[in-house]
Design a protein around this ligand. Structure first.
Ligand SMILES: [Fe+2]
Length: 313
């Protein structure tokens, strides 16, 4: 069923991952097919449903006024606080009616080319499992709370929903040029850790990595440590990122239309041809071309970050 990548791409067909493309090795569980989809969503225990409810309540204590308006409206449209882990079938029906997206269960992180293929077809892969009480505050692998609570509300916004599909399509070209790391940085600094300036001095978070935890939403929008810089796609794709601590830099968009335009109108062929294989800029760097909203003190990073007991100020 898989085919090679061509210029004239049919995005409905699962692409092969080119042999010379570097990517993290993942071992496919035996019970899933080439699409990596679970045959059905897990049936959650009442304790697991209670974990969802407690996580939801905790986030609702910090998100109002800090989360993007589109995100808060998405939560409401899909009624994700109705109690327990949402049922993907019903949620997908509601989401489909709004923007044509669905949510599909996967066992774990899935390979990049499969992930791109689902996004290009407006399917959002969501982890099937939920964290435990022991890992309530921090988990390495994205679970159903991160994936559904963090990501799905933004898919109710028509422009952001289109951006996510375009991002999936962009994956084909990144594979052809062996520049998945660069495209990954764009995902990281927008879909996971993006900020939006809704009005002057009113910076909100729309990234799922920020919105699915209690600490980073305050840090990203209010703390003095991190840089806040207006998004520039070329610059972001050259910037390293940290996966296990608060970000030293956040990139800010004016609007989702702006994000969509910057991505769709960019000539990625030229960009990838000129891009070094490794990142050029450290994740705390401020460079000449930056439009800086807040030049961070980096106090949190300089004091040692996570594990040092440094306050996220
Ligand atoms: Fe995520």
């Amino acid at each position: 069923m898989a085919t090679a990548i061509t210029d004239d791409q049919d995005y409905t067909i699962l692409p092969d991952l080119p042999e010379d493309v570097f990517t993290a090795p993942l071992k496919k569980p035996e019970h899933v097919g080439d699409d990596w989809l679970e045959p059905a969503q897990t049936r959650y225990s009442s304790e697991e449903d209670a974990i969802w409810d407690d996580l939801f309540e905790r986030q609702m204590g910090v998100l109002p006024g800090r989360a993007a308006t589109a995100f808060m409206e998405g939560l409401e449209k899909l009624d994700l606080g109705r109690g327990g882990v949402p049922e993907f079938g019903k949620m997908s029906e509601e989401l489909d009616a709004l923007t044509g997206w669905s949510v599909v269960p996967v066992p774990m992180l899935i390979p990049d080319h499969v992930f791109f293929w689902h996004l290009a077809n407006r399917r959002f892969p969501a982890g099937n499992f939920i964290r435990t009480r022991e890992t309530f505050d921090y988990i390495q692998e994205p679970d159903v709370f991160h994936d559904v609570f963090g990501h799905v509300p933004m898919l109710t916004d028509p422009v952001f929903a289109d951006y996510m599909q375009e991002y999936g399509r962009a994956g084909w070209k990144a594979m052809r040029y062996n520049r998945l790391k660069a495209l990954g940085a764009l995902y990281w600094y927008t879909v996971e850790f993006g900020l939006i300036e809704e009005a002057p001095d009113d910076i909100r978070a729309y990234g799922a990595g920020i919105l699915s935890g209690p600490t980073e939403v305050v840090f990203a929008t209010e703390a003095q440590s991190p840089n806040r810089i207006m998004l520039n796609v070329d610059r972001v794709m050259r910037t390293d990122y940290v996966i296990s601590d608060l970000q030293p830099t956040y990139f800010v968009i004016e609007s989702f239309e702006d994000l969509y335009r910057q991505t769709v109108e960019r000539d990625f062929d030229r960009l990838y041809s000129n891009l070094a294989p490794a990142f050029t800029y450290a994740n705390s760097a401020v460079i000449d071309v930056d439009y800086v909203l807040n030049r961070g003190t980096q106090e949190y990073l300089l004091r040692g970050g996570r594990g040092s007991g440094a306050k996220p100020v």
